[in-house]
Design a protein around this ligand. Structure first.
Ligand code: ADP
Ligand code: GLC
Length: 506
């Protein structure tokens, strides 16, 4: 089977990244291509994305909702304030050669920085329009706007693409071609919920705006549109796929997900070997592997020096590389720093986000300047340096759809200390006595979201460190684990096949 897949998303590494979504958008499409899938990306033309794309092919005008030949009242309306006349440009991501459509819409995407939030951390006021147009472009390409390449599958990622599925439902009635559709949830907590007054502007008729449609407590939910109107739903780990059908992690949409359970699949993310590989990571030299660990010891010494920490191979070095937000459970961390330092540990944190979490961590760093280092901001080379040089990577998440940094940690022999939730539960095995005995242990896992539990997981890390041979054995096992994208791509292909009409599958 060689389906044509339109892969719709809002960010892609290294051009534009706010989190793991960008890593996935960079790695999954090439893995699909390697399996013979004909993939094209569709992204908004944010400035850093445009800068990383080599254009080729003609410009394709995008008709607004209600244009001749299209159903009345469906699709975003040409907006006088922006004077919108959007268009698509075809090209290739310069570094990877991946084919891509860029969606241009005057006034909507030409802004630097975070694609979702303005300088003060508030959602852009025209966020709904930004991503309605993305969904509309996907729906039009899906129904044959570009006659020379019509996708068999439209595969959208997160709420930013949710309206594609609603528009496709409306367009499909009169269209010659209706693609199969797959919607991937990377994080159910971000839903794209907007005022119902935008219905006319976004072109969402009564047939879509009701309880069994995309209406959510009287508002418009892009996420719910994706969940209701896609043929299949995937999310990024098997455990998270189960968790989101329950009230605790369902973010108010667990009922919808239960209804669609037969079409909900959990597919674990992978590690992009081209970016995260300790043997030939250009940002971490000299490289290392399970048999040659000198490079890791050097990375640790350099990290301590770079961040102004007391030098010493014997200091157990814990690390956080993360958005500093409620989801990641990092408000549990300040409460255990004193014990961590008293036991002879050190802590490095790289990230930014919630002001209260930043402030609490700042106070820790001020209190223990030789043992705790905080770097606020986003820094790709430093992230590699930390994941290579640390001994333990911390993810005490409240919820975690998949999580990628624990996978990077495993690969670099930096043992993950995680809460047993979502993808963390699927990827890390605790250093309990029985797991040590059978060689399956790869990190430290705690259950309840409580400081007490985090504290005892930290103690297990210190205890294992006092048995260097066992530490090395766990490290060796962790470094040998492979969470490849080929496996994940094969599973996505199976999902595509399950939603494509039978005659198109062979
Ligand atoms: P999420 O997508 O929820 O933020 P993931 O673990 O899936 O979490 O992915 C986070 C990605 O972002 C990883 O590639 C991680 O290395 C990177 N990252 C997070 N914070 C920073 C930061 N401050 N600087 C550099 N990279 C970061
Ligand atoms: C989201 C999730 C994270 C996941 C990433 C990529 O940002 O928070 O757990 O790894 O998407 O799928």
């Amino acid at each position: 089977m060689t389906p044509k897949v339109l892969y719709v998303c809002s960010e892609v590494f290294p051009l534009l990244k706010t989190g793991g979504l960008a890593d996935v958008s960079a790695a999954l499409p090439p893995a699909l291509v390697a399996l013979g899938v004909d993939v094209r990306l569709l992204l908004p033309a944010f400035p850093s994305v445009v800068a990383g794309v080599t254009l080729e092919g003609p410009t394709l005008q995008l008709p607004a909702g209600g244009s001749p030949g299209l159903p009345a009242g469906v699709g975003p309306q040409a907006h006088s304030a922006h004077g919108l006349a959007p268009w698509l440009r075809e090209g290739r991501i310069t570094d990877s050669d991946m084919p891509v459509w860029l969606l241009h819409a005057p006034g909507l995407y030409e802004r630097a920085g975070n694609p979702y939030l303005d300088g003060s951390g508030q959602p852009w006021p025209d966020s709904a329009e930004q991503f309605a147009w993305l969904g509309w472009a996907a729906a039009l390409l899906g129904t044959g706007l570009n006659a020379s390449w019509i996708p068999d599958v439209v595969h959208g990622h997160d709420w930013h693409t949710g309206l594609a599925f609603a528009y496709l439902r409306e367009l499909a009635h009169g269209a010659d071609h209706r693609p199969a559709t797959v919607f991937t949830v990377h994080n159910l907590a971000y839903q794209g919920v907007f005022d119902a007054q935008l219905r006319d502007l976004l072109g969402l008729p009564d047939g879509l705006f009701h309880l069994q449609g995309l209406e959510f407590h009287g508002q418009i939910s892009f996420m719910k549109a994706g969940l209701k109107y896609s043929d299949a739903i995937t999310t990024v780990s098997p455990t998270y796929a189960r968790e989101i059908t329950g009230a605790e992690q369902g973010c108010g949409l667990d009922g919808v997900l239960r209804q669609r359970q037969a079409h909900l699949h959990g597919i674990l993310n992978g590690v992009d070997d081209a970016v995260w590989n300790p043997q030939d990571d250009p940002l971490v030299q000299p490289g290392f592997d399970a048999d040659h660990r000198r490079g890791k010891a050097l990375a640790k010494a350099r990290l301590q020096q770079r961040l102004g920490l007391e030098p010493g191979a014997g200091k157990l070095l814990f690390a956080v590389v993360s958005r500093l937000i409620e989801q990641k459970g990092l408000h549990l961390l300040p409460g255990v720093v004193e014990e961590l330092v008293e036991r002879g540990g050190q802590l490095v944190v790289l990230g930014s986000g919630d002001a209260a979490i930043e402030q609490a961590l700042r106070e820790c760093a001020q209190r223990y300047p030789d043992q705790v280092a905080l770097t606020l901001g986003y820094d790709e080379p430093l992230a590699h340096h930390i994941i290579a040089g640390a001994d333990v990577i911390l993810l005490p998440s409240r919820f975690e759809p998949c999580g990628l940094t624990q996978l990077y940690g495993l690969r670099y022999g930096t043992l993950p200390l995680v809460r047993a939730v979502g993808g963390l539960a699927d990827t890390v095995v605790d250093c309990s006595l029985e797991n040590l005995a059978d060689g399956s242990a790869s990190g430290f896992v705690f259950q309840a979201f409580e400081e007490r539990e985090l504290r005892s997981a930290l103690r297990r890390a210190f205890a294992l460190r006092r048995r260097p041979a066992e530490w090395r054995a766990v490290q060796r096992h962790a470094m040998g684990l492979r969470f490849g994208w080929e496996r994940a791509a094969t599973e996505y292909l199976r999902v595509y096949a399950s939603v494509m009409p039978i005659e198109e599958r062979s």
